[in-house]
Write a protein of this length. Structure first.
Length: 404
């Protein structure tokens, strides 16, 4: 909250210190202009909403001039000062989206993400892929240096109502702070092109899924026609129709489909990757039981008053029984009987251990000149001859003489 208070207005300083109105953040505003806004039918008397209602209020038309309530006696320069400040003030809209990345529903113990989208009111989002706008310092006419705009985001969890205890006067259950995060103005601006691209991809995904669904239906009809034609041909030839061949073909097609990336799958992967890059999100592990859980997202500005937001959402969490049952393919059943990579490694280690044991026994020679044993003739291991044995063989060869 940065009040550009007029030094000549003592009453304005007092009102600023008491924080009586968030409109005191606007230049040239005093208690007179504030009271003028309070007489408005659409004006809000709560300080938390006063600034937002003023920024979104309509202009009045009097004596050929257009101005907002409270600016009747301002000259053109003063009106221009207020307009320039209004452009700097972050009048935002808060949208909250929740889910699980890459999934259509939230199941117990899933990793839940809560994205809070903060966008300027009345200003359309940029197109996907556009460069983000650069953040400007906050309006702080009397602050000694430039101040960066920041937002504190809080995620609150509403505790379930205890049936044994009476309801509170406000009707709101007790809340617990679950997570908190600090968002800069640049983070907020960087997320706008990402959200825009996500919205574009979601629109494209809807069209692609309808197209793929139609193609799948047409393919099923074609397969049924082919199967019926085969049955008629087999009947005409007096042969028995074997449906197992069609079953094998269907299984092969199903295997090919598992490894084939459809256009909708590619788009969904892009959306997941974009959501993961968002700076404006919470991620936490969900409850372990099915039910409806209530959460509230609150974003508060550390620079301005009257521009905070909060939004409450109910998250439906399904039980694990809704997950599809895992079915082992019949071709994978035999894999359990085959040796695994670790079994093969274990067998190799045993052979190496046997070789090492033999080498250790053979290395007990005093001379220590024996060479390592060698594998010959399949799996038989024969040690090399020693030097003494080689000398005896050589001596015998010299004594042996062949006579003509």
């Amino acid at each position: 909250m940065w009040y550009s208070s007029n030094d000549s207005s003592k009453s304005r300083k007092i009102e600023a210190n008491k924080l009586q109105s968030s409109l005191l953040q606007l230049p040239h505003f005093t208690s007179r202009e504030i009271n003028e806004n309070k007489r408005s039918k659409t004006g809000a008397f709560r300080r938390e909403e006063e600034m937002r209602n003023y920024l979104r209020g309509d202009k009045l038309e009097r004596d050929g001039e257009s101005f907002k309530r409270g600016q009747k006696d301002f000259n053109q320069q003063q009106k221009d000062d207020i307009t320039s400040v209004e452009k700097l003030l972050p009048d935002l809209e808060l949208d909250v989206h929740y889910g699980v990345d890459g999934e259509d529903q939230v199941v117990a113990e899933d990793l839940i993400t809560v994205d809070f989208q903060m966008s300027r009111h009345g200003i359309p989002l940029p197109k996907g892929g556009d460069e983000a706008e650069k953040a400007q310092p906050v309006h702080s006419a009397h602050y000694p240096f430039a101040k960066e705009e920041k937002w504190w985001a809080y995620l609150l969890y509403h505790l379930p109502q205890d049936p044994k205890k009476p309801k509170t006067k406000t009707g709101i259950n007790s809340q617990r702070l679950l997570m908190t995060q600090v968002i800069t103005a640049q983070d907020r601006l960087d997320s706008e092109p990402i959200y825009a691209e996500i919205i574009e991809l979601l629109s494209e995904l809807k069209i692609v899924k309808e197209k793929e669904s139609k193609e799948d239906e047409e393919k099923l009809i074609q397969e049924e026609d082919i199967k019926k034609k085969k049955q008629e041909e087999a009947l005409a030839k007096g042969e028995e129709y074997d449906s197992d061949d069609d079953t094998d073909d269907e299984e092969e097609e199903e295997e090919d489909r598992l490894f084939e990336r459809s256009e909708s799958t590619i788009i969904e992967d892009k959306i997941v990757a974009l959501r993961k890059s968002l700076p404006t999100r919470f991620k936490f592990r969900g409850p372990d039981a099915a039910g409806t859980y209530t959460f509230t997202v609150i974003v508060k500005s550390d620079s301005y008053m009257g521009l905070d937001h909060s939004k409450t959402v109910n998250i439906e969490i399904a039980g694990k029984e809704v997950l599809p049952e895992f079915k082992l393919h019949k071709k994978d059943v035999g894999l359990d009987k085959e040796p695994t990579m670790f079994d093969l490694m274990h067998g190799l280690d045993q052979m190496e251990d046997e070789n090492d044991d033999f080498n250790d026994d053979d290395s007990d020679d005093e001379d220590g000149d024996n060479e390592p044993a060698k594998m010959i003739k399949g799996s038989k291991i024969v040690p090399d001859k020693t030097k003494e044995e080689k000398k005896e063989e050589k001596k015998d060869e010299e004594e042996f003489v062949i006579l003509d």
